[in-house]
Design a protein around this ligand. Structure first.
Ligand code: ZN
Ligand code: FE
Length: 293
């Protein structure tokens, strides 16, 4: 069973932050993958509001990064913590998720996993939904999920109770539909929503507060949402990372996962000024309202 013990790692990473004079390094937790194998999952803030996720096998100091939008903060963390990069995982082709790959490969040649259906420079292992990857050095295995919508070939990585969702599912929201249709995205979100409710969700961006503020408009009577927003405002006031979230929390408060909820439908119909007979209609309208927000 997985455990998340935020305080323990937060302390050591605060120390890192102090030494580097970069108080922006925040740690979401330590996850115990198996009995004697401790995996730390670190959030490395990058660019404007991206997170690069770093998974560290404590025993060996081997690590994996997910969606390195830039190399510099990853290289700094590797040096600072004496870590060895063993693989790079990519969810989709956008520059803020792949921009650091080339420089990281110059530092060390490692396998780069990414969506087979997207053209990404330096991607050495193209993956499709249903594939399973075994990152031996880091002691991790992940199932690959096809989650198109934000981009046409977007994939997510699920394993050990962790979900690396890229820009498909956000805390309190979902990605914009740059290359896909609403029905594709809804199906992708259904795939993720079917994972165990205690799954920890690691997203590509710190969008939680803005997402939940918007969510309050389309789900105005949701007490769990109100409570979550209050908590997230407090966290952001202290520049804390709001991730990972629990899938159960998303199911209870993320309007894009609640298009079948009568209260959400009613509020969305009122805001968009038209009847929304199907769940897909409600989802499409919420996405449109969010795009215009
Ligand atoms: Zn993206
Ligand atoms: Fe992004």
């Amino acid at each position: 069973m997985l455990r998340c013990n935020t305080r323990c790692v937060a302390r050591s990473l605060e120390d890192v932050g102090r030494r580097r004079r970069t108080p922006t390094v925040r740690v979401p937790g330590i996850v115990q993958v198996a009995y004697s194998r401790m995996i730390n999952v670190l959030a490395i803030p990058a660019l404007v509001d991206n997170y690069i996720w770093m998974l560290i096998r404590e025993q060996s100091r081997d690590c994996v990064v997910v969606d390195p939008g830039e190399a510099e903060p990853v290289l700094a963390m590797l040096a600072e913590q004496g870590l060895q990069l063993t693989a790079i995982l990519l969810t989709h082709h956008h520059g803020d998720h792949v921009g650091g790959v080339e420089a990281l490969l110059q530092h060390r040649s490692v396998p780069v996993y990414g969506p087979a259906r997207e053209r990404i420079a330096h991607c050495s292992h193209g993956l499709n939904g249903g594939d399973r990857i075994d990152l031996e050095a880091a002691g991790l295995q992940f199932d690959v999920l096809d989650v198109p919508g934000h981009t046409a070939g977007h994939i997510a990585y699920s394993g050990h109770g962790l979900l690396f969702a890229g820009d498909c599912l956000f805390a309190g929201g979902c990605g914009r539909l740059f290359e896909g249709t609403p029905s594709q995205m809804l199906e992708s979100l259904d795939t993720l929503a079917a994972l165990p409710p205690d799954t920890l969700v690691y997203c590509g961006h710190e969008y939680t507060e803005a997402n939940l503020r918007f969510a309050s408009g389309v789900d105005p009577h949701n007490r769990a949402l109100k409570d979550r927003l209050r908590q997230v405002i407090q966290q952001r006031g202290q520049e804390q990372c709001t991730l990972p979230s629990r899938l159960a929390t998303e199911l209870a408060t993320n309007p894009f996962l609640r298009a079948d909820n009568p209260g959400v439908r009613q509020a969305t119909e009122a805001l968009s000024g038209q009847p929304l007979p199907s769940r897909l209609d409600v989802f499409t309208a919420i996405r449109r309202l969010k795009d215009a927000a």
